[in-house]
Design a binder for this molecule. Structure first.
Ligand code: KG4
Ligand code: ZN
Length: 351
Protein backbone atom coordinates (compact mmCIF):
# COMPACT_ATOMS: atom_id res chain seq x y z
CA UNK A 1 0.00 0.00 0.00
CA UNK A 2 3.00 2.35 -0.28
CA UNK A 3 1.38 4.19 -3.21
CA UNK A 4 -1.63 5.01 -1.00
CA UNK A 5 0.60 6.54 1.66
CA UNK A 6 2.27 8.75 -0.93
CA UNK A 7 -1.18 9.93 -2.02
CA UNK A 8 -1.75 11.34 1.45
CA UNK A 9 -4.39 9.75 3.61
CA UNK A 10 -5.78 11.61 6.59
CA UNK A 11 -8.09 10.08 9.17
CA UNK A 12 -10.61 12.68 10.39
CA UNK A 13 -12.31 12.37 13.78
CA UNK A 14 -15.26 14.46 14.96
CA UNK A 15 -16.88 14.32 18.41
CA UNK A 16 -17.80 17.95 19.16
CA UNK A 17 -21.50 17.42 19.81
CA UNK A 18 -23.79 14.39 19.48
CA UNK A 19 -22.41 12.78 16.32
CA UNK A 20 -19.50 10.35 16.57
CA UNK A 21 -17.83 10.50 13.17
CA UNK A 22 -14.72 9.28 11.35
CA UNK A 23 -13.64 9.63 7.73
CA UNK A 24 -10.67 8.96 5.47
CA UNK A 25 -9.59 11.77 3.13
CA UNK A 26 -7.29 11.30 0.16
CA UNK A 27 -5.02 14.04 -1.21
CA UNK A 28 -6.87 16.82 0.65
CA UNK A 29 -9.73 16.47 -1.83
CA UNK A 30 -11.94 13.41 -1.70
CA UNK A 31 -13.56 11.38 1.06
CA UNK A 32 -12.84 7.66 0.66
CA UNK A 33 -15.25 7.01 3.55
CA UNK A 34 -17.38 8.98 5.98
CA UNK A 35 -19.09 7.24 8.89
CA UNK A 36 -21.47 9.01 11.26
CA UNK A 37 -22.87 7.24 14.30
CA UNK A 38 -25.72 9.49 15.45
CA UNK A 39 -26.50 9.18 19.12
CA UNK A 40 -30.18 8.25 19.39
CA UNK A 41 -29.93 8.43 23.19
CA UNK A 42 -30.76 12.19 23.11
CA UNK A 43 -34.01 11.99 21.16
CA UNK A 44 -36.23 11.21 24.12
CA UNK A 45 -34.87 14.31 25.94
CA UNK A 46 -35.63 16.68 23.06
CA UNK A 47 -32.05 17.97 23.01
CA UNK A 48 -28.42 16.96 23.45
CA UNK A 49 -27.53 15.86 27.00
CA UNK A 50 -23.77 16.59 27.34
CA UNK A 51 -23.08 13.88 29.92
CA UNK A 52 -24.76 11.22 27.77
CA UNK A 53 -22.97 12.50 24.67
CA UNK A 54 -19.47 11.99 26.06
CA UNK A 55 -20.32 8.52 27.30
CA UNK A 56 -21.80 7.57 23.93
CA UNK A 57 -18.67 8.90 22.15
CA UNK A 58 -16.59 6.58 24.34
CA UNK A 59 -18.65 3.59 23.21
CA UNK A 60 -18.99 4.56 19.56
CA UNK A 61 -15.67 6.10 18.55
CA UNK A 62 -13.53 2.95 18.28
CA UNK A 63 -16.03 1.03 16.10
CA UNK A 64 -16.69 4.17 14.01
CA UNK A 65 -12.98 4.65 13.22
CA UNK A 66 -12.69 0.93 12.39
CA UNK A 67 -15.61 1.22 9.97
CA UNK A 68 -14.19 4.35 8.33
CA UNK A 69 -10.86 2.58 7.73
CA UNK A 70 -12.57 -0.59 6.47
CA UNK A 71 -14.87 1.29 4.11
CA UNK A 72 -11.89 3.18 2.67
CA UNK A 73 -10.15 -0.20 2.31
CA UNK A 74 -7.12 0.92 4.30
CA UNK A 75 -5.57 0.10 7.65
CA UNK A 76 -4.17 2.43 10.30
CA UNK A 77 -0.73 1.66 8.85
CA UNK A 78 -1.74 3.38 5.59
CA UNK A 79 -2.85 6.59 7.30
CA UNK A 80 -0.41 9.52 7.04
CA UNK A 81 -1.93 11.77 9.72
CA UNK A 82 -4.81 12.07 12.15
CA UNK A 83 -7.00 15.18 12.25
CA UNK A 84 -9.38 15.74 15.14
CA UNK A 85 -11.91 18.43 16.05
CA UNK A 86 -10.27 20.55 18.71
CA UNK A 87 -13.32 22.81 19.27
CA UNK A 88 -15.61 24.57 19.65
CA UNK A 89 -18.17 22.20 21.12
CA UNK A 90 -19.15 20.35 24.27
CA UNK A 91 -16.01 20.01 26.35
CA UNK A 92 -16.71 16.48 27.56
CA UNK A 93 -17.36 15.31 24.00
CA UNK A 94 -14.26 17.04 22.61
CA UNK A 95 -12.12 15.46 25.33
CA UNK A 96 -13.05 11.97 24.11
CA UNK A 97 -12.13 12.67 20.48
CA UNK A 98 -8.92 14.53 21.27
CA UNK A 99 -7.71 11.88 23.76
CA UNK A 100 -8.52 9.10 21.29
CA UNK A 101 -6.77 10.88 18.40
CA UNK A 102 -3.69 11.58 20.54
CA UNK A 103 -3.47 7.94 21.59
CA UNK A 104 -3.86 6.80 17.99
CA UNK A 105 -1.22 9.25 16.76
CA UNK A 106 1.24 8.05 19.39
CA UNK A 107 0.50 4.36 18.79
CA UNK A 108 0.73 4.66 14.99
CA UNK A 109 3.56 7.23 15.14
CA UNK A 110 1.73 9.63 12.88
CA UNK A 111 1.35 13.43 13.07
CA UNK A 112 -1.70 14.95 14.74
CA UNK A 113 -3.68 18.01 13.59
CA UNK A 114 -6.25 19.92 15.70
CA UNK A 115 -9.09 21.34 13.58
CA UNK A 116 -11.53 24.18 14.23
CA UNK A 117 -15.06 22.81 13.75
CA UNK A 118 -16.42 26.12 12.42
CA UNK A 119 -13.59 26.43 9.90
CA UNK A 120 -14.39 22.88 8.77
CA UNK A 121 -18.09 23.70 8.25
CA UNK A 122 -17.11 26.67 6.09
CA UNK A 123 -14.88 24.58 3.81
CA UNK A 124 -17.17 21.51 3.67
CA UNK A 125 -18.27 22.30 0.10
CA UNK A 126 -14.69 21.53 -1.00
CA UNK A 127 -15.63 17.86 -0.48
CA UNK A 128 -17.87 18.28 -3.55
CA UNK A 129 -14.98 19.84 -5.46
CA UNK A 130 -16.33 23.40 -5.09
CA UNK A 131 -13.91 26.28 -5.62
CA UNK A 132 -14.32 29.20 -3.21
CA UNK A 133 -12.97 32.46 -4.68
CA UNK A 134 -11.55 34.70 -1.94
CA UNK A 135 -12.51 36.89 -0.31
CA UNK A 136 -15.75 35.15 0.50
CA UNK A 137 -18.36 35.34 3.22
CA UNK A 138 -18.40 32.04 5.10
CA UNK A 139 -21.51 31.29 7.14
CA UNK A 140 -21.59 28.56 9.79
CA UNK A 141 -25.25 27.83 10.48
CA UNK A 142 -25.90 24.91 12.78
CA UNK A 143 -27.59 23.85 15.99
CA UNK A 144 -24.87 25.50 18.07
CA UNK A 145 -23.56 28.21 15.76
CA UNK A 146 -24.54 31.18 13.67
CA UNK A 147 -21.39 32.95 12.56
CA UNK A 148 -20.63 35.16 9.59
CA UNK A 149 -16.97 35.22 8.66
CA UNK A 150 -15.01 36.90 5.91
CA UNK A 151 -12.30 34.58 4.58
CA UNK A 152 -9.39 36.05 2.64
CA UNK A 153 -8.09 32.55 2.05
CA UNK A 154 -7.41 29.38 3.95
CA UNK A 155 -6.51 30.28 7.54
CA UNK A 156 -7.26 34.01 7.15
CA UNK A 157 -10.58 34.78 8.81
CA UNK A 158 -12.37 37.57 10.55
CA UNK A 159 -15.63 37.22 12.43
CA UNK A 160 -18.05 39.94 11.33
CA UNK A 161 -21.35 38.84 12.77
CA UNK A 162 -23.06 36.24 14.91
CA UNK A 163 -26.29 35.53 16.68
CA UNK A 164 -26.98 37.50 19.83
CA UNK A 165 -28.93 34.61 21.34
CA UNK A 166 -30.10 31.34 19.73
CA UNK A 167 -28.29 29.71 16.83
CA UNK A 168 -30.40 29.34 13.66
CA UNK A 169 -30.66 25.55 14.05
CA UNK A 170 -31.44 25.94 17.74
CA UNK A 171 -34.37 28.21 16.85
CA UNK A 172 -35.66 25.51 14.49
CA UNK A 173 -35.20 22.83 17.16
CA UNK A 174 -36.98 24.85 19.86
CA UNK A 175 -39.93 25.65 17.59
CA UNK A 176 -40.11 21.99 16.51
CA UNK A 177 -40.28 21.03 20.18
CA UNK A 178 -43.13 23.51 20.80
CA UNK A 179 -44.97 21.94 17.87
CA UNK A 180 -44.28 18.37 19.03
CA UNK A 181 -42.29 17.59 15.87
CA UNK A 182 -39.37 15.76 17.57
CA UNK A 183 -35.63 16.49 17.77
CA UNK A 184 -33.75 17.71 15.85
CA UNK A 185 -36.59 19.45 14.05
CA UNK A 186 -35.00 21.63 11.36
CA UNK A 187 -35.51 19.29 8.44
CA UNK A 188 -39.11 18.48 9.55
CA UNK A 189 -40.07 22.16 9.61
CA UNK A 190 -38.29 22.65 6.26
CA UNK A 191 -40.38 19.85 4.73
CA UNK A 192 -43.69 21.08 6.21
CA UNK A 193 -42.91 24.65 5.11
CA UNK A 194 -42.88 23.56 1.47
CA UNK A 195 -46.68 23.13 1.53
CA UNK A 196 -47.52 26.28 3.49
CA UNK A 197 -48.10 29.97 2.82
CA UNK A 198 -45.11 32.02 4.07
CA UNK A 199 -47.36 35.11 4.41
CA UNK A 200 -50.03 33.38 6.52
CA UNK A 201 -48.60 34.60 9.84
CA UNK A 202 -46.99 37.92 10.62
CA UNK A 203 -43.68 37.19 12.37
CA UNK A 204 -40.80 39.52 13.36
CA UNK A 205 -37.53 39.87 11.47
CA UNK A 206 -35.32 41.15 14.30
CA UNK A 207 -32.38 43.48 13.71
CA UNK A 208 -32.73 43.41 9.93
CA UNK A 209 -32.38 47.20 9.87
CA UNK A 210 -29.57 47.37 12.46
CA UNK A 211 -26.26 48.63 11.16
CA UNK A 212 -24.27 45.53 12.10
CA UNK A 213 -24.14 41.96 10.85
CA UNK A 214 -25.58 40.27 13.93
CA UNK A 215 -28.89 38.39 14.08
CA UNK A 216 -31.30 37.47 16.86
CA UNK A 217 -33.93 34.75 16.97
CA UNK A 218 -35.27 35.00 20.53
CA UNK A 219 -38.09 37.42 19.57
CA UNK A 220 -39.16 35.14 16.75
CA UNK A 221 -39.22 32.19 19.14
CA UNK A 222 -41.42 34.14 21.57
CA UNK A 223 -43.77 35.13 18.73
CA UNK A 224 -44.00 31.48 17.70
CA UNK A 225 -44.81 30.46 21.28
CA UNK A 226 -47.66 32.98 21.26
CA UNK A 227 -49.03 31.77 17.91
CA UNK A 228 -48.94 28.15 19.08
CA UNK A 229 -50.57 29.04 22.41
CA UNK A 230 -52.17 26.08 24.16
CA UNK A 231 -52.53 23.99 20.99
CA UNK A 232 -51.24 20.44 21.22
CA UNK A 233 -50.63 17.85 18.50
CA UNK A 234 -52.14 16.52 16.30
CA UNK A 235 -52.27 19.94 14.62
CA UNK A 236 -54.48 20.97 11.73
CA UNK A 237 -52.20 20.24 8.71
CA UNK A 238 -52.96 23.50 6.89
CA UNK A 239 -52.37 25.60 10.03
CA UNK A 240 -49.14 23.68 10.70
CA UNK A 241 -47.80 24.05 7.16
CA UNK A 242 -48.64 27.77 7.12
CA UNK A 243 -47.00 28.36 10.50
CA UNK A 244 -43.86 26.44 9.48
CA UNK A 245 -43.69 28.32 6.16
CA UNK A 246 -44.08 31.67 7.92
CA UNK A 247 -41.40 30.77 10.49
CA UNK A 248 -39.02 29.61 7.80
CA UNK A 249 -39.58 32.80 5.80
CA UNK A 250 -38.75 34.90 8.89
CA UNK A 251 -35.51 32.97 9.56
CA UNK A 252 -34.48 33.03 5.90
CA UNK A 253 -35.27 36.76 5.46
CA UNK A 254 -33.22 37.57 8.57
CA UNK A 255 -30.21 35.51 7.50
CA UNK A 256 -30.29 36.55 3.85
CA UNK A 257 -30.55 40.27 4.69
CA UNK A 258 -27.42 40.19 6.85
CA UNK A 259 -25.37 37.82 4.71
CA UNK A 260 -26.10 39.67 1.47
CA UNK A 261 -25.25 43.03 3.03
CA UNK A 262 -22.00 41.67 4.45
CA UNK A 263 -21.10 40.25 1.03
CA UNK A 264 -21.83 43.60 -0.65
CA UNK A 265 -20.01 45.68 2.01
CA UNK A 266 -16.86 43.53 1.89
CA UNK A 267 -16.97 43.08 -1.89
CA UNK A 268 -16.97 39.33 -1.41
CA UNK A 269 -16.58 37.15 -4.49
CA UNK A 270 -18.80 34.37 -3.14
CA UNK A 271 -20.99 33.35 -0.21
CA UNK A 272 -20.28 29.92 1.24
CA UNK A 273 -22.59 28.24 3.75
CA UNK A 274 -22.02 25.24 6.00
CA UNK A 275 -23.67 23.53 8.96
CA UNK A 276 -26.95 21.66 9.31
CA UNK A 277 -29.08 24.69 8.38
CA UNK A 278 -27.21 24.96 5.05
CA UNK A 279 -29.38 22.12 3.78
CA UNK A 280 -32.53 24.22 4.34
CA UNK A 281 -34.36 24.58 1.04
CA UNK A 282 -35.76 28.03 1.80
CA UNK A 283 -32.30 29.36 2.67
CA UNK A 284 -30.75 27.83 -0.42
CA UNK A 285 -33.36 29.46 -2.65
CA UNK A 286 -33.33 32.84 -0.86
CA UNK A 287 -29.57 33.18 -0.66
CA UNK A 288 -29.07 32.00 -4.23
CA UNK A 289 -31.41 34.76 -5.49
CA UNK A 290 -29.78 37.42 -3.31
CA UNK A 291 -26.31 36.40 -4.52
CA UNK A 292 -27.48 36.41 -8.14
CA UNK A 293 -28.44 40.06 -7.65
CA UNK A 294 -24.89 40.70 -6.38
CA UNK A 295 -23.41 38.77 -9.30
CA UNK A 296 -21.63 36.24 -7.08
CA UNK A 297 -22.20 32.52 -6.45
CA UNK A 298 -23.88 31.12 -3.34
CA UNK A 299 -22.08 27.88 -2.55
CA UNK A 300 -23.69 25.14 -0.46
CA UNK A 301 -22.26 21.71 0.35
CA UNK A 302 -24.31 18.69 -0.68
CA UNK A 303 -26.63 17.80 2.25
CA UNK A 304 -24.41 14.97 3.54
CA UNK A 305 -21.56 17.45 4.15
CA UNK A 306 -23.84 20.07 5.80
CA UNK A 307 -24.48 18.30 9.09
CA UNK A 308 -21.64 17.28 11.40
CA UNK A 309 -19.24 14.86 9.74
CA UNK A 310 -15.56 13.92 9.97
CA UNK A 311 -14.80 14.35 6.27
CA UNK A 312 -14.83 18.15 6.68
CA UNK A 313 -12.43 17.76 9.63
CA UNK A 314 -10.19 15.48 7.56
CA UNK A 315 -10.04 17.81 4.54
CA UNK A 316 -9.16 20.90 6.60
CA UNK A 317 -6.72 18.73 8.57
CA UNK A 318 -5.06 17.66 5.29
CA UNK A 319 -4.54 21.28 4.27
CA UNK A 320 -3.13 22.14 7.71
CA UNK A 321 -0.84 19.12 7.47
CA UNK A 322 0.55 20.26 4.14
CA UNK A 323 1.30 23.65 5.75
CA UNK A 324 3.07 21.96 8.64
CA UNK A 325 0.44 23.11 11.17
CA UNK A 326 0.82 20.11 13.45
CA UNK A 327 -0.35 19.69 17.01
CA UNK A 328 1.83 18.33 19.77
CA UNK A 329 0.88 15.60 22.19
CA UNK A 330 -0.21 18.44 24.49
CA UNK A 331 -3.21 19.27 22.23
CA UNK A 332 -6.14 20.33 24.42
CA UNK A 333 -9.79 20.72 23.43
CA UNK A 334 -11.28 24.22 23.49
CA UNK A 335 -15.01 24.65 24.11
CA UNK A 336 -15.43 28.27 22.96
CA UNK A 337 -14.76 29.77 19.56
CA UNK A 338 -13.49 32.96 21.21
CA UNK A 339 -10.66 31.01 22.81
CA UNK A 340 -9.50 29.53 19.51
CA UNK A 341 -7.80 32.62 18.15
CA UNK A 342 -10.22 32.58 15.25
CA UNK A 343 -11.99 35.91 15.54
CA UNK A 344 -10.41 39.30 14.97
CA UNK A 345 -13.42 41.54 14.27
CA UNK A 346 -11.85 44.77 15.44
CA UNK A 347 -8.98 44.50 12.99
CA UNK A 348 -11.13 43.76 10.01
CA UNK A 349 -14.31 45.81 10.29
CA UNK A 350 -12.82 49.02 8.93
CA UNK A 351 -13.69 48.58 5.25
O1 KG4 B 1 -24.16 21.06 11.86
P1 KG4 B 1 -25.09 20.22 12.64
O2 KG4 B 1 -25.23 18.78 12.26
O3 KG4 B 1 -24.71 20.17 14.15
C1 KG4 B 1 -24.27 21.20 14.90
O4 KG4 B 1 -23.04 21.49 14.85
O5 KG4 B 1 -25.14 21.81 15.57
O6 KG4 B 1 -26.49 20.95 12.60
C2 KG4 B 1 -27.65 20.41 13.19
C3 KG4 B 1 -28.71 21.49 13.18
C4 KG4 B 1 -29.96 21.13 13.97
O7 KG4 B 1 -30.32 22.26 14.75
C5 KG4 B 1 -31.00 20.86 12.89
O8 KG4 B 1 -32.32 21.12 13.29
C6 KG4 B 1 -30.56 21.80 11.80
O9 KG4 B 1 -29.15 21.75 11.83
N1 KG4 B 1 -31.04 21.42 10.47
C7 KG4 B 1 -31.87 22.17 9.73
C8 KG4 B 1 -32.14 21.45 8.55
N2 KG4 B 1 -31.45 20.28 8.60
C9 KG4 B 1 -30.78 20.28 9.80
N3 KG4 B 1 -32.41 23.38 9.97
C10 KG4 B 1 -33.22 23.89 9.03
N4 KG4 B 1 -33.53 23.25 7.87
C11 KG4 B 1 -33.02 22.05 7.58
N5 KG4 B 1 -33.33 21.44 6.44
ZN1 ZN C 1 -21.40 21.49 13.48
Amino acid sequence: MSDVRQAGLVLGIETSCDDTAAAVIQDGRAALSSIIASQVVHHEFGGVVPELASRAHLDLLGPTVDRALAEARVTLEDIDAIAVTRGPGLLGSLVVGVAYAKALAIAAQRPLVGVNHIEAHIWAAALDGAEMPAPFVGCALSGGHTEFIVAKGFGEYALWGATRDDAAGEAYDKVAKLLGLGFPGGSVIDRLAADGDPRAFDLPRAMVESGDYDVSFSGLKTAMRQKIGARTPPHDPVWLANLCASFQAAVVDTLVAKIARLAADTRARAVVVGGGVASNRGLRAGLTSACERLGIPAIFPSPKWCTDNAAMIGIVGSWMLSRGQLAGSDLEPVANLEEMGFALPALERAV
